[in-house]
Design a protein around this ligand. Structure first.
Ligand SMILES: [Zn+2]
Length: 147
């Protein structure tokens, strides 16, 4: 499931406020258009309608692609440095949720929901590179070209 919240953000440059969709989770199968935006560096980015200022919104993001059993959690690097307790707790909460999910759905669980089968990254660039890398491998295996 894709999860987003509308937030009112003030431009760091000109202070004009505007509503921005801030994504917490992106489900690649439900919203392939959001994957394209993510790859283009346009997710959780503030673009000021007033002055054109562009800024990254530093907030955790979970990327889910069940088709290739891929789950990538992004935490902003500064959050890990300044508030590591939050990152550890949030990560453990995610593992707990997956465990609950597995008990409910058992065999139908994709591998990415097994603890340890998901990636954690600390930059959006790394998330994009991981998606590019994993998608490439997946497409290669699907077309039988890996031999
Ligand atoms: Zn502005």
């Amino acid at each position: 499931m894709t999860i987003a919240e509308k937030e009112t953000i003030g431009c760091p440059a000109c202070k004009v406020e505007q509503d921005v969709d801030v994504y917490q989770t992106i489900n690649a199968m439900e919203n392939p258009e959001l994957v394209s935006k993510l790859m283009a560096g346009e997710i959780n980015v503030f673009k000021c309608a007033g002055c054109g200022h562009v800024a990254q919104i530093h907030t955790p993001l979970l990327f889910n692609d069940h088709r290739m059993d891929l789950k990538i959690q992004f935490y902003p690097e500064h959050l890990l440095v300044e508030n590591p307790g939050y990152v550890f707790k949030d990560y453990l909460r995610m593992l707990k949720e997956m465990e609950k999910f597995r008990q409910e759905y058992g065999l139908f669980m994709p591998d990415s929901n097994k603890p340890g089968n998901q990636l954690v990254v600390f930059s959006m660039k790394e998330m994009v590179s991981q998606i590019r890398f994993r998608t490439g491998l997946f497409e290669m295996a699907k077309s039988g070209l890996e031999d």
